[in-house]
Design a binder for this molecule. Structure first.
Ligand code: SAT
Ligand code: MN
Length: 579
């Protein structure tokens, strides 16, 4: 074994003083044993062996149900390196604080050592990590979400990403999720929930990886990757950045409307949350999903909205903070089906149909192996990634932002992404439904100064001979509290227009914000929407956009003088076009 690996594990053991250390080898036998242990200690509830084979329910502490941005820190050498959008802590101070909290925190517990790869082992995308943890939930989740194997120990270099996690006392006052980009290190204490503790995911694949990507000339993004095959057999790959709980999983697994299926359209999933993107020799962008599973939002998922997700989490999966149906040891969440009369809610208390409280937590999740996905693309394991035709950006906007518009060019696309806004969701602790700017859907995940991140995107574009087209989409416009666009499978109609544009079809109308489709260009065969509503979702309202511009100006102020000048130029052009 590499000395850097054994030194790291010894450091963790010395500090946290576990009773014993267990190396995770990625074998089914070992995970089965651990799951059994977790059932015996009531950390897991075993679910129905016929209906949900090898599935377990896990409940996290009620004060620990989402990512916690206020306690997430980028501990770069200087505050300037963390930039205007991140919490920063001086690295020595952070190491001291975390060491003090962690001293002896694993006494009487087992420390598990998880060697894992993000992206296919040995591929040009692959990056390796080791996470130590005292949580079986983390071990089982990491084996679903990443490629865990003792083979990693043969290929790992000294530059592996070090991940330290302990539930400690689950003390919310001492909860910290710290990233140290200069040391490739992540340290998370006092949480036991998803994005705070599955360190391969947001902490590594986005916060640390965005630093590596900037230094090495690639992109680490909060994006789904989906493949579309048209009736003529031609394949298109599209990446899309949307904030958490805004439909990335649904878009990645979309089932096209009947009319499209009959004509031979096919949709295949490559990833639903994270894309690592490299520049190919041909000057195009190639994307790979570094993960190996889905950590999807459960509520609202059903056989109509996302059958592929439903089918993905029916074996070998974890269900976190959903409701339990004790009649047959299955699970339930809001929006799955008609509610059963009685359930055990996500906190473990009896629940009755019609109750004021929710049976499942709004941020309850399924953790499912990607290989379970019925529409998984055969390109998923392609070590070179897939060539992108288009990149989408979008958020939850009740008004202002039309169903889809095309950016004029790369630079304009970077501007559009830098001013993206979305209503907050239950995926992060804090108020829900508040509109906030979330550039590139990376606000909680960009591991360095966002001004430099914008500049990095601009500079990547300069070297692309075959740049993907950039679009902004918004499925979430509302009138009198009702969604105007049906969304889900019908989003295929928008994707189809986007692909037409990628093929150079003379479509759309120039508007001050970019190219917007004419309503006649959206295929309405089988679509259930009035002409009036369709016109409305495609409308660009000048007054609303004038307000938008004022808000963008406020947003840009936060970035100060380091904001790339190209972006201010784009903002000024938008202002002129609106006059
Ligand atoms: O909790 S996670 O960060 O893994 C999921 C999300 O918020 O996107
Ligand atoms: Mn996400």
């Amino acid at each position: 074994m590499k000395k850097s690996v054994s030194d790291f594990v010894a450091f963790c053991a010395d500090l946290m003083q576990p009773e014993k250390t267990v190396w995770i080898d990625g074998s089914k036998r070992q995970i089965d044993e651990l799951n059994k242990t977790a059932v015996s200690t009531q950390e897991f509830v075993a679910l129905n062996k016929e209906k949900l084979p090898n599935c377990f329910l896990h409940r996290s502490a009620p004060n620990d149900v989402a990512r916690i941005e206020s306690r997430t820190f980028i501990c770069s050498r200087t505050k300037e390196q963390a930039g205007p959008t991140n919490n920063w802590m001086e690295p020595n101070e952070a190491y001291k604080l975390l060491s003090d909290i962690s001293r002896g925190c694993m006494k009487g517990r087992t420390m598990y050592v998880i060697p894992y790869s993000m992206a296919p082992i040995g591929s040009p995308f692959a990056k390796y990590g080791i996470e130590v943890t005292d949580s079986i939930y983390v071990v089982t989740s990491m084996t679903i979400m990443t490629r865990v194997s003792n083979k990693i120990l043969d290929v790992i270099g000294d530059d592996f990403v070090r991940g330290i996690h302990s539930k400690a006392e689950l003390d919310a006052e001492k909860r910290y999720i710290c990233q140290f980009p200069q040391d490739n290190t992540i340290w998370s204490v006092n949480s036991g929930y998803g994005g705070n503790v599955l360190l391969g995911k947001k902490c590594f694949a986005l916060r640390i990886a965005s630093n590596l990507a900037r230094d090495e000339g690639w992109l680490a993004e909060h994006m789904l990757i989906v493949g579309i095959t048209r009736p003529d057999g031609k394949k298109y790959y599209i990446a899309g950045a949307f904030p958490s709980a805004c439909g990335k999983t649904n878009l990645a697994m979309l089932i096209p409307p009947k009319e499209y299926l009959e004509r031979g359209y096919k949709v295949e999933t490559i990833g639903d949350d994270i894309a690592w993107i490299r520049v190919g020799k041909d000057g195009a962008l190639y994307a790979a999903n570094p993960e190996y599973g889905f950590f999807g939002v459960a509520p609202g998922t059903n056989m109509k909205t996302n059958a592929n997700a439903m089918l993905s989490c029916q074996k070998d999966s974890l269900l976190t903070n959903v409701a339990l149906n004790p009649a047959d040891d299955t699970v339930w969440w809001e929006g799955m089906s008609e509610a059963p009369e009685t359930l055990i809610d996500w906190t473990g208390k009896p629940w009755h149909k019609g109750s004021e409280t929710k049976a499942a937590h709004p941020n309850s999740r399924f953790t499912a192996p990607i290989v379970n996905c019925p529409c998984l693309s055969p390109e998923f394991e392609n070590p070179q990634g897939v060539k992108l035709s288009a990149i989408l950006f979008g958020g939850r906007r009740e008004d202002t932002v039309p169903l889809v518009y095309e950016a004029k060019n790369w630079e304009h696309g970077v501007f559009v992404a830098s001013v993206m806004a979305s209503q907050t969701t239950a995926a992060a602790a804090g108020a829900v439904g508040v509109l906030r700017r979330d550039p590139f859907a990376m606000l909680p995940f960009c591991g360095y100064n966002m001004n430099d991140y914008f500049a990095h995107w601009l500079s990547i574009g300069k070297n692309l001979k075959n740049a993907p087209k950039i679009f902004n989409v918004n499925w979430f416009q509302k009138k009198n509290g009702r969604f105007l666009w049906p969304g889900f499978g019908d989003n295929m109609r928008v994707i189809d227009w986007i692909i037409d544009r990628c093929e150079g079809k003379e479509y759309g109308t120039q508007t001050p914000i970019g190219i917007v489709p004419k309503s006649s260009e959206i295929n309405q065969e089988g679509l259930n929407i009035s002409q009036e509503d369709l016109e409305q979702v495609l409308n660009v309202d000048k007054n609303l956009w004038e307000n938008e511009v004022s808000d963008i100006e406020r947003h840009y102020k936060k970035f100060g003088s380091k904001l790339p000048k190209e972006l201010n130029k784009q903002l000024n052009e938008l202002k002129q076009h609106l006059q």
